[in-house]
Design a protein around this ligand. Structure first.
Ligand SMILES: Cc1cc2nc3c(=O)[nH]c(=O)nc-3n(C[C@H](O)[C@H](O)[C@H](O)COP(=O)(O)OP(=O)(O)OC[C@H]3O[C@@H](n4cnc5c(N)ncnc54)[C@H](O)[C@@H]3O)c2cc1C
Ligand code: SF4
Length: 484
């Protein structure tokens, strides 16, 4: 228990819904941005943790993809036993401080907290999770990665995102020689170059990746499978392969003028901004291409990537930022808390509106759009947007960012592996019992199997696939031994 805090004091906060961030007025002032989820002082973390009713039906845990032992580490935090809370939270997650920052908790753990159901506001589980592991790093409780007794087998992992590095960590601990190949110059996948630094500070990822490297995982950066090696080359080098390449083919929008200069892809825009925050030389940012400063920005799309683009544009000093989405607020795929944050920061949402054409020949000058209305529900139960006749309008624009989501790249072609089975969406087809593709010893995990998903699901897949790969590798060793 924190010094000077009595448990009875902490319990005063149970069910009161106190200590939530105050409502803010719309603003464009940098000092008012909500950069990272609340930073908790020990007392505040204890207060929030003590609000957990230890209800015995931990819906929060069942709705956390990692099934984190949430009520247990909340109880330990409330009692001031933060180191034990950290150790418990570390049992099920390879990066709790990252999930605490960027999981959409309103759809997962916190959205299923019984205190939330009773109308008193969920325990702020994510912020407490972040507090516990940040404290562990500060106090030196995070142990170096301890590799297991060498097993004499090696594993090649393609993709250093959450799924790949999670599997890499567990396989290293089990005693395998682990090689992670990634086409970027830094590890982390979308944690590094997708998610903006105001949601997830880059130093948080860097220290996690350094721990893995120090633990003997070999990172092969700037190594693109398909260009620097084929899948078969890697299969010949390693005893098993994990494909965890994520999904990167940006969905296109067909409309006149879409190829005009000034119409950009969301991930290119975000990557440039993230690179800049690492201090890299980014000519396309410096020449203004990916810089929203003093521009009228229009972001097309309603998912979390669109929210990251609008909020990044605001931080870069855009003149105005509008988000164009063809459905209404209730039907958008992005997290509601992100919309709220964006609105508070000055983003204007133009609901029920779809772009029709981009104007400007030398450079984009405007977007012509049309109003939409929601028609009958489709097979998925979602109401389809329909064009409202005679409802055209024009919005001024100097930068248009397309944020319409991502599909899988064509891996069989890219990897020169035409036999690799894919689904009709291009994601890798795996046997869900073994997480293995149709190629012997080639496993797959993360977005490349699920389609665009969440970091926490990538970690879960990375954790699950380890067990299957371990089983496969043990059996392979036995066969080789018997044949020798
Ligand atoms: C802009 C944006 C914001 C997001 N925000 C959130 C959020 O706030 N919260 C959340 O939970 N989720 C968020 N997501 C989703 C989340 O980032 C992904 O679901 C998650 O990163 C998937 O993990 P992964 O390991 O499967 O793939 P990735 O993180 O995509 O990593 C795949 C890695 O494979 C590498 N790679 C690809 N092809 C090759 C190749 N041929 N050779 C070598 N390397 C290759 C890539 O360079 C990359 O490093 C966001 C996604 C985007 C695009
Ligand atoms: S990993 Fe995500 S869903 Fe699970 S407890 Fe943490 S914040 Fe909640």
């Amino acid at each position: 228990m924190p010094k000077g805090t009595k448990k009875s004091d902490m319990l005063k906060f149970v069910n009161t819904g106190q200590n939530y961030p105050e409502k803010r007025e719309p603003t464009l002032r940098t000092e008012d941005f909500r950069e990272i989820a609340d930073r908790y002082a020990p007392e505040k973390a204890a207060e929030q943790s003590a609000r957990c009713s230890q209800c015995g039906v931990p819906y929060c845990s069942t709705h956390c993809p990692l099934h984190n032992h949430i009520p247990d580490w909340l109880r330990l935090t409330a009692e001031g036993r933060v180191r034990e809370a950290f150790e418990m939270s570390n049992l099920t997650s390879t990066m709790p401080e990252i999930c605490g920052r960027i999981c959409p908790q309103d759809r997962l753990c916190e959205g299923n907290c019984v205190i939330e159901f009773s109308g008193h506001g969920a325990v702020t589980i994510g912020a407490v999770e972040k507090y516990i592991t940040d404290t562990a790093w500060e106090k030196g409780w995070v142990e170096p990665l301890a590799p297991g007794k060498p097993l004499g087998q090696s594993v090649g992992i393609i993709g250093a995102g959450p799924a790949g590095v999670t599997a890499g960590e567990y396989l290293r601990v089990a005693g395998y020689d682990v090689h992670i190949y990634d086409r970027h110059d830094r590890a982390g996948g979308l944690l590094t170059y997708g998610i903006p630094g105001f949601k997830l500070e880059k130093s948080i990822i860097t220290r996690r990746m350094k721990r893995l490297e120090d633990g003997g995982i070999h990172f092969h950066q700037n190594f693109e499978v398909g260009k620097d090696a084929t899948l078969d080359d890697l299969r010949a080098k390693h005893d098993a392969i994990l494909i965890a390449t994520g999904v990167y083919k940006a969905r296109e929008i067909m409309m006149p003028g879409v190829g005009a200069p000034g119409v950009e892809e969301a991930l290119d825009f975000l990557t440039a901004s993230n690179r800049k925050s690492f201090g890299d030389d980014v000519p396309d940012f410096d020449n203004g291409r990916y810089n929203a400063k003093d521009k009228n920005v229009i972001v097309i799309g309603g998912g979390d990537t669109a929210m990251d683009c609008v909020r990044t544009s605001i931080r870069q000093g855009a003149k105005s930022v509008k988000c164009l989405y063809r459905r209404d607020r209730a039907n958008m795929p992005g997290s509601q808390s992100e919309v709220k944050n964006a609105e508070e920061e000055g983003v204007e949402f133009v609901w029920l509106s779809a772009p029709k054409a981009v104007e400007g020949t030398e450079h984009v000058t405007a977007v012509k759009a049309t109003k939409m209305r929601l028609g009958a529900a489709d097979a998925s139960g979602r109401r389809s947007p329909e064009v409202q006749p005679d409802s055209e309008f024009t919005l001024e624009a100097d930068l248009v960012i397309k944020a319409l989501g991502f599909d899988a790249e064509e891996l069989p072609t890219l990897f020169d592996s035409p036999d690799l089975n894919v689904t009709r969406w291009g994601t890798l087809r795996v046997d869900h019992k073994s997480m293995m593709t149709n190629l012997d010893g080639v496993f797959a995990a993360g977005d490349i199997v699920r389609g665009a998903s969440l970091v926490v699901w990538g970690i879960r897949d990375g954790r699950d696939v380890t067990e299957h790969m371990h089983k496969f590798l043990r059996a392979k060793k036995q066969v080789e031994k018997a044949a020798a």
